[in-house]
Design a protein around this ligand. Sequence first.
Ligand SMILES: [Zn+2]
Length: 285
Amino acid sequence: MNELGPSAPAGARNLVIVVLDSLRYDSWVAAQPPNLASLGPVEQRWSYASWTAPSHYNLLMGLLPHHSPQGVYASEYYKDDFLKYSERLGIEGIEFRKMLPSLYIPTYLRNTLGYRTAAMVSMPVLNEHTCVNRDFDAYELMPTHNDMAAMLDKLEFSDERPSFYLLNVGETHYPYALPDEDPSEWPRISGVHGVFKRLDDEPGKGDAREFFDQDKMRELQDRQIRSVEYVDGVIGRLFDKLPSNTWVIVTSDHGELFGEERYFGHGPVMHEKVFEVPFVEGMVP
Ligand SMILES: [Zn+2]
């Protein structure tokens, strides 16, 4: 114990969780990102929630996207899944019950295991005044929603204390814009820019309900794929900055709909693609 709290166990690793907001599993696969691939094979997993806030809260409880296992009690799955934190952190004896009663990874890492805890988030819905910000030593809503590279200069690691970082990355979120792209060039979901068509524009269709133009939807997913290609370059620079004793997890908080069954985006959507997310983890390459 010192003035900062408990001393970390010897050999404790840094942990960095990168959440590529809204990234669909198949957009990651289409992008074939080489730096992310160097972390390990990407897995298809399932988010516990269909939008940003509950999904981040859940993963900060330690419950990362799941495998949807059949024939298992949820409580058993949670327990087994949690044991993996021993490997991730390089600390023996991590157990779910040791997180009681707060059930929050930042609390456990900081107050029990002696970590420095920090978050940089891109989505305003995760801003520092929300309940997601509990037991973080540093927590910042980034000035722009789509600039992961701006996070790199702010990363701090020390030999005294292991670090936990949550990085919520927005380039992969609608409008899938790279930081140097002029906002006037961003696509807009509105009739003016023609993402919507009206069904009664179609010959033989008398129904006036709007639906999504599939060509525009494909363009939007292509933009998300391009954003993964770009972010992968930033991830490569992130890997160069991380100390060698760092465990990295890269995943998404939820998927995105690109016109399937007349859905676009995420949130109030009940569709497989809003829960399907990529997941990869391992020691920093
Ligand atoms: Zn999100």
